[in-house]
Design a protein around this ligand. Structure first.
Ligand code: SF4
Length: 190
């Protein structure tokens, strides 16, 4: 069976992907998301991924939480909206660490659950994976995980396992923008 490393950003975005891959490959889940703010939220999201992996007996790598490194990479892009250039850097930073790990640990293939998110474009994420495949020599499985009924399946599985669902992408800037949006809504309704 081929060794597959799946980068996961959170449990709701990866549960259907894990289910799909777990019997086809020798699967390991990799949690590397230094973008998540604050730390409590990071720990909460990680706990949920641990819960999913435990329920199916899937191996999991708990990588570093190095937010300083993340802030350094996105410096100057604080005002970018979700989906803008800050996000491409955020994807590439995380996926690079995954690709490096696959090379060091003799994986055959890898992917990321990032494309599962409704606002995450696979035509931005997949080229990053394919670029890293060329650099590190480990095959990237370029799939748009939000398709083929996986969103519905993911919702069902997340409900069944009582998985926590966050309401913002992850970084401090996405949290700020979400709060501003909520505030606007309140103002319009009063
Ligand atoms: S909005 Fe999401 S993808 Fe974009 S930089 Fe923030 S955490 Fe990363």
């Amino acid at each position: 069976m081929k060794k597959f490393l799946l980068h996961t950003c959170c449990a709701p975005c990866s549960i259907a992907v894990i289910e799909e891959l777990k019997d086809k490959f020798d699967l390991t889940v990799f949690f590397y998301n230094p973008n998540i703010h604050p730390q409590d939220e990071y720990l909460k999201r990680k706990e949920q991924v641990i819960k999913v992996c435990k329920s199916w007996n899937i191996k999991m790598v708990n990588a570093d939480y190095d937010p300083e490194n993340w802030y350094e990479k996105v410096r100057g892009l604080e005002q970018e909206p979700e989906g803008g250039s800050r996000c491409s850097i955020c994807f590439e930073m995380r996926m690079t660490v995954v690709a490096q790990y696959t090379k060091k640990n003799n994986f055959d293939i890898w992917s990321s659950s990032l494309t599962f998110g409704r606002n995450k474009k696979s035509d931005v994420i997949s080229p990053i994976g394919l670029k890293l495949e060329k650099i590190y020599g480990v095959k990237y499985y370029a799939e748009d995980w939000k398709k083929k009924g996986r969103q519905e399946r993911g919702n069902k599985l997340a409900n069944d396992l009582n998985i926590y669902r966050q309401d913002y992408c992850g970084c401090a800037y996405s949290l700020r923008d979400k709060k501003l949006k909520d505030l606007k809504k309140i103002k319009t309704n009063t």
